[in-house]
Design a protein around this ligand. Structure first.
Ligand code: SF4
Ligand code: SF4
Length: 406
């Protein structure tokens, strides 16, 4: 049974554990430099044998005219580029294709498509071929079934028929599944049990990893949200399935953390070190939105163990976002709203605006929800008052999200 995160305990954690005052933690390294930009570590992506940069390029918000971001990352050694046919309303793949023209043999390309319960093999092939045209290549290295949150989608027999044909034709080298919603762990379990994919792309960050709380609380009895995911990842690893993680910044409120970054490392670098020190993880992808950010991010490549300074930053961030961050792979509040507001989806779009600072992406994503949170403006908020297992004040956030993004 799922244990709930005990917020009050956590808010007082700093004083109780002495982390902020520098008590030694087991298995933590010395301060990392987090300095020179450039990839310093390439890891083997499980059974694919592909060598990919430990910190790699997520292209979810890549827009027309941003080829320079891809080129900058490539110049600094990033060789794994992850996109999807739907990203940035279809703009992401063509930008990757433009930027990587003539350099295809130097990179590992991954893209994704939503394969539904009833999607047919011909439709899948059509979507793949469109992606290949966008990417200006005749093959992708990893082709993902995108944002899987329902085992029924994994049981569609048309997928196997499609993959067989696409592989025979040399259009796909390896397959994968990506996921970041409430049923992620059970979908991963099913996929691993049935050996469906070569690679998994999973949302996981320090704040949803039970071992983070183990480290800072020692004997306290509470766990993070994704308590089943680490075990599923270990099982995947036993089958040599490659694992890439995403959404590792837990919302990416980087500017809010600048005043606290006085120890030589940044919050982002600390979060990356946490993810990359997980023995189940081969690499992470991160949305790269400026040259400076790319330089900062790559400062954590190959930088070794999580430090005490890292832990101080991560703990501060977790406390700061505790009451506002809607956990990936949660959805405990599903069905709580009698008016059908998809609370987790609304809060995710809010995060794109308030945390990522990307209002245009947030508006586009909120648009896909057809303005459903308008219902919150005329609601007293009672039905969802206790819906969030992490005590996020749902009603206080959903209505304003509608006003901000509609
Ligand atoms: S609002 Fe709370 S319960 Fe709902 S998905 Fe987000 S964190 Fe989970
Ligand atoms: S405020 Fe009302 S309409 Fe909005 S999510 Fe809560 S219960 Fe639903």
């Amino acid at each position: 049974m799922k244990k709930l995160f005990k917020r009050r305990s956590f808010l007082h954690l700093g004083a109780m554990t002495g982390i902020a005052s520098g008590i030694s933690l087991p298995a933590l390294g010395e301060r990392a430099s987090g300095s020179t930009a450039g990839v310093k570590q390439y890891n083997t992506l499980g059974r694919t044998g592909l060598k990919i940069s430990d910190i790699s390029f997520g292209a979810a918000t890549l827009r027309r005219g941003e080829e320079y971001l891809v080129e900058h990352a490539l110049d600094l050694g990033v060789n794994y580029f992850d996109t999807a046919e739907s990203y940035s309303s279809g703009q992401s793949e063509p930008v990757i294709g433009n930027a990587l023209k003539g350099k295809r043999d130097k990179v590992v390309l991954a893209t994704k498509a939503m394969v539904g319960v009833r999607t047919g093999r011909d439709e899948m092939m059509g979507v793949l071929e469109e992606s290949l045209r966008n990417l200006k290549t005749d093959y992708v290295d990893v082709y993902f079934n995108h944002a899987v949150n329902n085992i029924k989608r994994l049981k569609n027999p048309e997928w196997d028929a499609f993959v067989d044909k696409a592989r025979q034709q040399g259009k796909i080298r390896f397959t994968g599944m990506s996921g970041h919603a409430g049923r992620l762990a059970e979908c991963v379990d099913y996929a691993v049990e049935n050996d469906l994919f070569d690679v998994l792309l999973l949302a996981q960050n320090f704040g949803e990893d039970p071992s983070f709380y183990d480290k800072i609380t020692q004997s306290f009895d509470f766990v993070a949200n994704q308590h089943q995911l680490p075990a599923a990842m270990v099982k995947a690893r036993e089958k040599n399935i490659g694992i890439v993680v995403m959404k590792v910044l837990r919302g990416a409120r980087l500017n809010d953390m600048r005043p606290y970054e006085d120890g030589g490392a940044t919050f982002a670098q600390a979060a990356f070190r946490w993810s990359l020190n997980n023995p189940s993880v081969d690499a992470l992808i991160i949305t790269m939105t400026s040259r400076d950010r790319i330089d900062e991010y790559l400062g954590a490549s190959g930088s070794g163990a999580v430090t005490q300074e890292d832990m101080r930053l991560l703990q501060h961030y977790a406390e700061m976002t505790d009451m506002s961050y809607c956990r990936h792979a949660c959805n405990d509040c599903e069905g709580a709203c009698p008016q059908g507001v998809p609370i987790a989806d609304v809060l995710r779009t809010r995060m794109y605006a308030t945390d990522y600072g990307d209002f245009s992406f947030a508006r586009a994503e909120y648009g896909l929800l057809a303005g459903l949170a308008a219902a919150c403006l005329g609601c007293d908020g009672k039905p969802c008052r206790d819906a969030c297992t992490h005590q996020i004040p749902v009603a206080e956030l959903c209505g304003p999200t509608h006003q901000m993004l509609s």
